[in-house]
Design a protein around this ligand. Sequence first.
Ligand code: PEP
Length: 265
Amino acid sequence: MGRKLFIAGNWKMNLSAAQCTALASDLAAGVQSDCPVEVAVCPPSVYLSAVHAALDGSVIRLGAQNVYCESSGAFTGQISPAMLLDIGCRYVIVGHSETRHTIEPHEDDALINRKLLAALAAGLNVILCIGETLDQREQGRTESVLDTQLTGGLANLQSASAQKITIAYEPVWAIGTGQTATTEQAQQAHAFVRTRLAALLDPTAANGIRIQYGGSVKPSNAADLLAQPDVDGALVGGASLKAKDFLEIIKASLQNAAQVSGTAG
Ligand code: PEP
């Protein structure tokens, strides 16, 4: 079975309430109800409800940028998976490189795994981000880093839940830098991830998991990246903040969407 392409926008800590709803409305108007590509946006958590309302009637799905691993209780400042579901989220990102490397305290694979399992248990779909730093790539450690992050992040995952997982391969050196992985670098990493998924889960489950590329995806490079056989979509940061750019990336994906079939995760 083919994999339905999946384009998601990570708005990070950007935009005001008014800007978020305006962007969501512009995107809702630009994505047709029969769009063969799955589309999601991940606004700042305080604006999730406002964006959910602005997306009413649209096929665009709502995602959160992070989640906590407990279901309720004395966890000041945290948001549970059930709360995200309650306000209309279908997706949540876990393990983004900024939560692994930039925002303190840094998240490790064990915490990311707890978040992933808690989100799945509540019924959310999860985008698990993995990726190597520039130092790690230059030391020839890319595959071992991806392997460690996959093995740790997906620990105790049942194959039956695999359809609710998307992996986002995001080389850290390409995020927000304007420096994109080459199509060969992206395909090589994605093929490696697919092989490891088959070993960790089972080959059928692994073949159904979508692997997005993330790292300075823009209208000018999206088509080439998305044409790679193991690139099943994109996680887009900066270029998802402008409706025109994000819609152009979705449009670029349509030429590859015709080659695949299958259901959304
Ligand atoms: C991201 O935030 O996941 C990302 C890939 O950002 P950018 O597209 O800006 O590099």
